[in-house]
Design a protein around this ligand. Structure first.
Ligand SMILES: *[C@@H]1O[C@H](CO)[C@@H](O)[C@H](O)[C@H]1NC(C)=O
Ligand SMILES: *[C@@H]1O[C@H](CO)[C@@H](O)[C@H](O)[C@H]1NC(C)=O
Length: 489
């Protein structure tokens, strides 16, 4: 045998192996049928008991594959992948505000009609202003988040609500005004489909308490019947909220905050953080499985929590030190203590899946942007010197000091701390543990690349124009829950 022909036989065997192994799943994958989603490609095994191959015959029948194809990756983006990517122009762009209003039509709420515009000298008013605001909404909605690898599921609000009904407490948002904005965008997607609900009905605990929004599906609506049928849950479940907002800006109350910031006993507490006293207990109540519902209310209560933007020196005036650096170090000492308190209180709650939603960035001088960044590298480059650029937006020394105390530069570090903490908690979680399952839900990159989508350019470059990126967060969250619960691979 020549050396060449010695190599030839193993090569043909390998080719045959690869051919049989990949041809079938590859074809399926390329055809992209929904069948594929149900069957993991990685589970496709070489058929047993067929190890005898006549390599020549195979070579005659088919072209021998010369380059081994890589195993097809999963069709959908996985976990962290979904939040890595960039914004692409929407495939079917909205041309006018009317296009937007048709796509987002809503019988129960004023339809979205614009985003704040930058008009420092108040030159625009009336109809003209409305027109520019409307166009800004059109422009900011004409982008689509595309993960670098894998597809994102289409968001299905009906399926999402059914999932909520199948857990004792549905979905609960906990956080600050940005969480409230997100909550607003989410319930708008429900009403768009004529899913109607009552807010804070009197029979619920915390009905009428400030900063609490509890939605129970309305009894009279046709959609409610459909949703209940799909979920297969008893009437008792329908009496409780499927979607709740607990607007608590810090996640902690005065006593805790005093303790973890080492505030002096005579520190004058002037803060009016929005708060829901005892929100953790309410969460416990929501998540508690109910007798008579065991057969159908089988899922975990979902919690999406954030405690981000308010954890700054601006909000915590007891953190004072001679230099900026020393002062920030005090905050850096405080933040993980907050994480410890919050996680230690929530972790024992059984039947919950808790997602920490990362804090989204502010963009100094967001009024200078009308487009998303090209990609993450572009965003990082252009968003350097964050604090300096934020200080540059004001003139007096006092204002500059105040801007630096917003601590926008620490959002990322605080996010990373949550990510690490959750990672460690999960590593230590014993198999079969019953307490809360923690997840890190990252919206940093998605948001970082959208300096153009803030609420009020020139005035508020921290909040976001509704519904813009919130709808993308929702879609990513929906996708993530499906992944984590193994309903999609
Ligand atoms: C919602 O209800 C209105 C009025 O009955 C109807 O015209 C519209 O098509 C419904 N929307 C959806 C998405 O079913
Ligand atoms: C979060 O942590 C995971 C695992 O430690 C890491 O792979 C990921 O890159 C982190 N994500 C962010 C946004 O820091």
């Amino acid at each position: 045998m020549t050396p060449r022909s010695k190599l030839r036989i193993p090569f043909l065997l390998l080719s045959a192996f690869l051919f049989y192994n990949f041809h079938h799943p590859l074809a399926n994958w390329i055809l992209g049928s929904s069948r594929v989603a149900k069957q993991s490609l990685r589970q496709f095994n070489f058929p047993e008991g067929e190890e005898v191959y006549d390599a020549t015959e195979i070579e005659e029948q088919h072209d021998v594959i010369k380059i081994a194809p890589a195993a097809p990756p999963p069709l959908y983006c996985q976990s962290y992948e979904c939040g890595r990517g960039r914004w692409h122009p929407r495939k079917d762009p909205f041309k006018t505000l009317q296009d937007v209003q048709i796509a987002y039509s809503n019988l129960w709420h004023p339809v979205w009609d614009g985003c704040g515009i930058y008009d420092p000298f108040g030159e625009l008013d009336g109809e003209e202003k409305k027109k520019v605001e409307g166009q800004r909404l059109v422009d900011t909605l004409n982008w689509e988040w595309v993960p670098g690898r894998g597809l994102l599921l289409e968001y299905d609000p009906v399926d999402f609500v059914v999932r909520m009904l199948k857990s004792p407490g549905g979905l609960v948002l906990v956080g600050d005004s940005i969480s409230r904005q997100h909550w607003h965008a989410i319930y708008y997607t429900f009403r768009h489909l004529n899913i109607t609900f009552d807010s804070n009905p009197k029979h619920l605990p915390l009905a009428g308490v400030a900063n609490v929004e509890q939605f129970v599906l309305s009894k009279t609506s046709a959609m409610t019947k459909i949703l209940q049928e799909k979920a297969g849950v008893p009437q008792s479940r329908m009496e409780r909220p499927f979607f709740t907002l607990l607007e608590d800006h810090m996640g902690l109350g005065e006593t805790d905050i005093r303790a973890i910031t080492n505030a002096k006993p005579n520190y004058n507490w002037y803060h009016k953080f929005r708060r829901v006293e005892g929100w953790e207990d309410h969460l416990k109540w929501l998540a508690k499985p109910r007798s008579g519902e065991e057969a159908s209310v089988t899922e975990d209560t979902l919690v999406m929590i954030n405690a981000g933007a308010h954890w700054s020196r601006h909000e915590l005036a007891m953190l004072r030190a001679p230099t900026d650096k020393q002062e920030q170090a005090l905050l850096e000492d405080t933040y993980p203590r907050m994480i410890d308190l919050v996680t230690s209180r929530l972790s024992p709650i059984e039947r919950t899946s808790i997602y920490y939603r990362s804090t989204s960035p502010g963009h100094p001088k967001c009024e200078e942007h009308t487009l998303p960044y090209k990609d993450m590298a572009d965003a990082r480059l252009q968003e350097q010197n964050l604090v300096q650029r934020l200080k540059d937006t004001v003139s007096s020394a006092d204002e500059k000091k105040q801007r630096s105390r917003w601590d926008w530069d620490l959002f990322k570090a605080h996010n990373e701390l949550w990510n690490r903490t959750i990672h460690v908690m999960n590593e230590r979680r014993p198999a079969g543990a019953k307490g809360a399952k923690w997840h890190y839900f990252d919206v940093w990159d998605v948001s970082m690349q959208r300096p153009d989508a803030h609420l009020e350019p020139g005035k508020d470059c921290l909040h976001w124009c509704l519904p813009t990126i919130f709808d993308d967060w929702t879609r990513m969250f929906y996708h993530r829950v499906k992944l984590d619960e193994g309903r999609v691979r």
